[in-house]
Design a protein around this ligand. Structure first.
Ligand code: FE2
Ligand code: FE2
Length: 145
């Protein structure tokens, strides 16, 4: 069992959202495994960089989509993203300085944040996106708005 298992309850049923969330899970698992194995700081710096760029692009994509669709809860959702990104950046800065800030507690906090966010605001967003999706009657495939 990994640190963060991808389970059905985390699926929001919008493929690009699920794929990007799964990628974030993978990265958090990799960071956790490397912390447990007391892997080199160099490796952990690299993984943290990747987590930040992956999170930045995922949040930017969600925010772009919300604006495009005139999503009513945009400001609140964007604010939550901003708070988490700031926390990860602060964690990265602290880790660069003390080499201990990337603790199990810090990772557990990120895990809780991410799973709650997906189950809450991202699920609401997915519902909104799905309502606007067009379904092809021949193939039953959906097209994003
Ligand atoms: Fe998300
Ligand atoms: Fe989000």
């Amino acid at each position: 069992m990994s640190f963060l298992d991808w389970r059905d309850e985390f699926t929001v049923d919008v493929s690009w959202l699920d794929e990007e969330h799964a990628e974030m899970f993978d990265l958090l698992n990799e960071i956790h495994a490397n912390v447990q194995a007391e892997e080199t700081h160099f490796r952990l710096h690299y993984l943290l960089d990747r987590l930040i760029s992956c999170t930045e692009s995922h949040f930017a994509e969600e925010e772009r989509k919300m604006l495009q669709l005139g999503y009513p809860d945009y400001e609140n959702h964007r604010l939550q993203h901003k708070v988490l990104l700031n926390e990860i950046r602060l964690l990265q800065t602290a880790y660069r300085e003390d080499y201990v800030s990337l603790s199990s507690e810090a990772l557990a906090h990120m895990k809780t944040w991410l799973t709650k966010h997906i189950a809450g605001l991202d699920t609401d967003l997915a519902r909104f996106v799905k309502r606007l999706q067009v379904r092809d009657p021949d193939t039953n495939d959906t097209t994003d708005p």
